[in-house]
Ligand binder design. Structure first.
Ligand code: BES
Ligand code: MN
Ligand code: ZN
Length: 497
């Protein structure tokens, strides 16, 4: 599907905006004039109020060449922000993607909170996000099940500014789609080595990609990450990705670290069978990291950022790690594994340590589908945020808010930290009591953060994929690609020259 900016659109579906009270925005007023009042009659005949995302569909509109006219709500004018415009365009695409319509003409307007070039660029972004599908393995789709839409035109008087804005934006949007592809991919296809190969391909964008296999990980002493993979026939990997975009090439980088468990059975502490297939998404943290670096490279961000992802499969097997095993991490600290299903923290322990040893970062942020408990606490609306640095946490919170990827802070502290002490080793990987599960996960990771290093842990178990019907027009598939936009904004606001 092609998205372009035009001064005059021509297509079979026209889309205009209406605000609260079904008040047409300027483009809508112009279109309405050509129809001799078709929109007013349709509004009168319906319950259309202009609420955000509400769609009024007029087929064969009087006086127009187009076969279809969509009036889509944006709500109160004062509250229109760039995300409202994206959802407006997304609602249009969702409505017509497989409808038989081939050319969509989006006619965005400007608002107090959204200048016109921004509005046009965001409309294009919304269209792309909403058109996402994961059809790779659907060989028997009937013609009417396939997208009919091939061309999206965004009407804007001065396209140059919109095109310039969309160039940056599309780097991020396309990377969100890339992250969704990785998370949607089945676990028999996307196992650690295949995943590492796909990351390696990103070198053509100017990223430096280093792939470490089991032999290399053994040499580094990564017994914690390796322990998770003992039961798998797939070789464990760690991949380090570098984007050196700052003018000062030796400036300390920001380190992003991701959990990349390509499938989590729980291991010997086997999970119950129901919905276990969802654990193919247990590499969502790593997908976020990889896709974020992709976005930074494509838009040539002026910042130094490294990504480190631990790629491993957690399987039950004769060779698998057992409850009671004691692993030695790269940091030298020993870990008593009391539950093999608390494996994400074992992956991150070595990955965050490697990131600090190797890159001397100015901050470490890790992303992981770490605990079911975060879903109990926050549902699927917020990711959980844990940090030893209030400024970093605040910057993350703001970036997430502005990108529609909100996070909520939860506490950490010495009283929780004590709960992973054990007489048998330096720490155990679960607390033993079913309390504060997500905090315990964060405390465990913090044991591998060096003193003085600003660190944040983002538990994305509730947001990396969607459990039920897919209602968000900008996120139509199971995998959401959550976090890529937020990280990009964080880098732009806080780390870019
Ligand atoms: N990958 C899971 C967490 C998870 C659960 C992600 C549901 C998404 C949806 C993680 O490895 C895990 O199994 N965590 C355990 C930790 C427990 C054993 C302390 C959990 O949450 O039950
Ligand atoms: Mn697990
Ligand atoms: Zn897991």
């Amino acid at each position: 599907m092609d998205v372009r900016f035009v001064t005059e659109g021509k297509g079979d579906t026209i889309v205009v905006m209406a605000s609260e009270g079904a008040v047409l925005a300027p483009h809508g007023v112009a279109v309405e004039a050509g129809t001799g009042g078709a929109i007013a009659r349709a509004v009168a005949a319906s319950r259309f109020t202009g609420a955000p995302g509400q769609v009024l569909e007029i087929l064969a509109p009087n006086g127009l060449e187009a076969a279809r006219l969509l009036v889509i709500g944006v709500g109160s004018i004062e509250k229109v922000d760039p995300l409202v415009v994206e959802r407006w365009a997304g609602a249009a695409v969702r409505r017509v993607l497989t409808s038989g319509s081939q050319t969509l003409v989006l006619m965005p307007d400007l608002f107090p909170g959204v200048p016109i070039a921004e509005s046009a660029a965001r409309a294009a972004a919304g269209a792309r996000l909403a058109a996402y599908r994961f059809d790779e393995y659907r060989t028997k789709l009937k013609p009417e099940q396939r997208p009919s839409l091939t061309d999206v035109q965004v009407v804007v008087e001065a396209p140059a500014a919109a095109i310039a804005r969309y160039e940056t934006l599309s780097a991020v949007v396309e990377s969100v789609l890339f992250a969704r592809d990785l998370v949607n991919e089945p676990p028999n296809v996307l196992y650690p080595e295949e995943y590492a190969n796909r990351i390696k391909e990103l070198e053509e964008l100017g990223l430096e990609v280093e792939v470490l296999n089991e032999e290399a990980l053994e040499e580094l002493g990564m017994g914690s990450l390796l322990g998770v993979g003992y039961g798998s026939v797939r070789e464990t990997h760690l991949v380090a990705i570098k984007w050196n975009g700052a003018r000062n090439k030796s400036a300390q980088p920001l380190a992003l670290v991701g959990k990349g468990v390509t499938f989590d059975t729980g291991g010997i502490s086997l999970k119950p069978g129901a919905a276990m297939d969802e654990m193919k998404g247990d590499m969502g943290g790593s997908a976020l990291v990889v896709a974020s670096l992709r976005a930074l490279a494509v838009r040539k961000a002026r910042a130094n950022v490294v990504g480190v992802v631990g790629l491993v499969e957690n399987m039950p097997d004769g060779a698998a790690m057992r409850p009671g095993d004691i692993l030695k991490s790269m940091s030298g600290q020993t870990i008593e594994v009391l539950n093999t299903d608390a494996e994400g923290r074992l992956v991150l322990a070595d990955a965050v340590w490697f990131a600090q040893e190797r890159y001397n970062p100015n901050a470490v942020i890790d992303f992981a589908t770490l605990t079911g408990a975060i879903i109990t606490a926050l549902g699927h609306e917020h990711a959980g945020l844990f940090s030893n640095d209030d400024d970093l946490a605040h910057a993350l919170t703001l970036a997430g808010r502005d990108e529609g990827e909100p996070m909520w802070s939860l506490p950490i502290g010495p009283a929780y930290d004590k709960m992973i002490d054990t007489p048998n080793a330096d720490m155990k990987n679960i607390a033993g009591k079913p309390a504060a599960g997500s905090i315990i996960g964060a405390q465990f990771i913090q044991r591998f953060i060096k003193p003085g290093v600003p660190w944040a842990h983002v538990d994305i178990a509730g947001v990396a994929w969607k459990p039920g019907p897919y209602e968000d027009p900008l996120s139509p598939s199971w995998a959401t690609g959550w976090g890529v936009r937020m990280v990009n904004r964080l880098v732009a606001m806080r780390y870019e020259e």
